[in-house]
Design a binder for this molecule. Sequence first.
Ligand code: ACO
Ligand SMILES: O=CC(=O)O
Ligand code: MG
Length: 534
Amino acid sequence: MTISVNAPYEAEGTEQILTDEALQFVEELHARFAKTRNEVLSNRDAAQQQAARTGAMDFPAETAEVRGGDWKVAEQPQSLADRRVEITGPPAPAKMAINALNSGAKVWLACLEDALSPSWQNVVSGQKNLYEAARGTLQFTSPEGKQYTLRDDVPLPVVVVRPRGWHLPEKNITIDGERAIGALVDFGLHFFHNAKVLSEKGTGPFYYLPKLEHYLEARLWNDIFTFAEERLGIDHGTVRATVLIETIPAAFQMDEILYELREHASGLNAGRWDYLFSIIKYFRASGSDFVLPDRAQVSMTQPFMRAYTELLVKTCHRRGAFAMGGMAAFIPNRREPEVTAQAMEKVRDDKAREARDGFDGSWVAHPDMVDLCAEEFSKVLGDKTNQLDRQRDDVEVSAQDLLNIGAAEGEVTEQGVRTNLYVAVYYTAVWLSGNGAVAIHNLMEDAATAEISRSQVWQQIHNQTVTADTGAPVTKDLVEKLLSDEVSRLRSEIDDAETFSKYFEPAADVVRQLVLDTENYEDYLTIPAYEVLR
Ligand SMILES: CC(=O)SCCNC(=O)CCNC(=O)[C@H](O)C(C)(C)COP(=O)(O)OP(=O)(O)OC[C@H]1O[C@@H](n2cnc3c(N)ncnc32)[C@H](O)[C@@H]1OP(=O)(O)O
Ligand SMILES: O=CC(=O)O
Ligand SMILES: [Mg+2]
């Protein structure tokens, strides 16, 4: 096998990160695991088609013994015992990494996934920043001259790295002429450079695993961890993984996923945004019973969302694994105190509900929200660091509860379609410019939320959904017109013509193709967008 880097430019950190030894490790991962990754990825379609045809899903029959069995995941390492507040954000640019590390959170989810646009610069410099974070040497001076250094007055958060999902390639690295697998590049480079340093400190290496759709995908990650530990001479079980339950098939396999990873598992996380995206994707063509209301109306208190989070807490605590809450999208606006006050109140409610339900901690998107999340969890935890001992034997969740999507309260409106188109184009443009997360109308938008936006429109056209505010069906012609309006609106808001033509016009082309091609549904927005990204 031959690995080669065919990058369009030399990214910051290249010399430090893309060493011969590190690339050889990435190549070894491909030699051993690429075939299985390709198999598990191609299995996804058949499972989706079966569910779409029947409109039904169930807990797998072949793993009844795993669900019924009395087993637990390995004991949790001390450094992860208290996860009451986790800040999420990309490790590039460096100032975001430093701000996250200085935020006072217990954990920093360093995101190479939903919140990172995988430009070559971000992929390499994100690894460089993680390398320096692991060694406590990360610092940065902004172009305006602002100095960023790591604080030394409190313990810094433990870093948990989220590599890309199984679906995304890394086009700037090839192996025998084929594009490398993004997840193996992200994991391989991080593990190779940092596993020893982190394991000696007892603070890693730890990972979040995104977008899994089957327990065999968890088995694959477990095999990768076992191999990587042996190869670098690190104790088996040092790696700990928290799996995002953020696809509808994974909600039916929570026990199985923990079981596969039991020697490496830390917990599960309720990734609400990708979960909604997955539901729309799975049942996009299964009729109007599966059409969700406008995105803004689908809250965590809808019965099918409660079923999902309640089952997650119950499953985790039965198995000795952490149950981690998700992301409320409201973010503060330091220029608008009223917006900030409202956002704080809504996020506080969200965290309070999660803490009451038994979650051990949760996510925030912004440093200004770290304290409120810690406060809400501390109220419930008291002197404890987590509530692993709280069993939710009162919870009974059936397949029908998880799929009770038609009962969601709310409606589809033309204004909702407009907002979805606006957000999808805006987010894609920002992603093409190298940022994987952005505030739009005081909401955090990232790859998962943008996927919901574009998929809702596709589904509404497919089902000719009638909008509540105009009484008209969502047709291709209507969407063409609304998209053109929203692109004009964006043109009037973006005062720089060059930025508009460089990022917004290609973004509009990507979104137009995604929503209007009703014969084909693209599995991920980021697949076509990646072809345009440098
Ligand atoms: C569905 C999911 O997967 S959720 C998880 C994935 N999504 C994320 O991780 C999104 C995380 N959040 C963010 O990226 C950001 O909060 C955004 C893009 C939404 C908003 O960022 P901004 O527009 O920069 O917000 P704002 O101007 O209020 O930021 C103030 C300061 O806080 C910093 N900041 C804001 N959010 C974060 C964060 N999550 N991590 C670290 N620093 C942050 C900014 O860099 C800025 O720093 P500076 O004063 O040194 O320049
Ligand atoms: O990754 C989290 C999500 O909500 O998606
Ligand atoms: Mg996600």
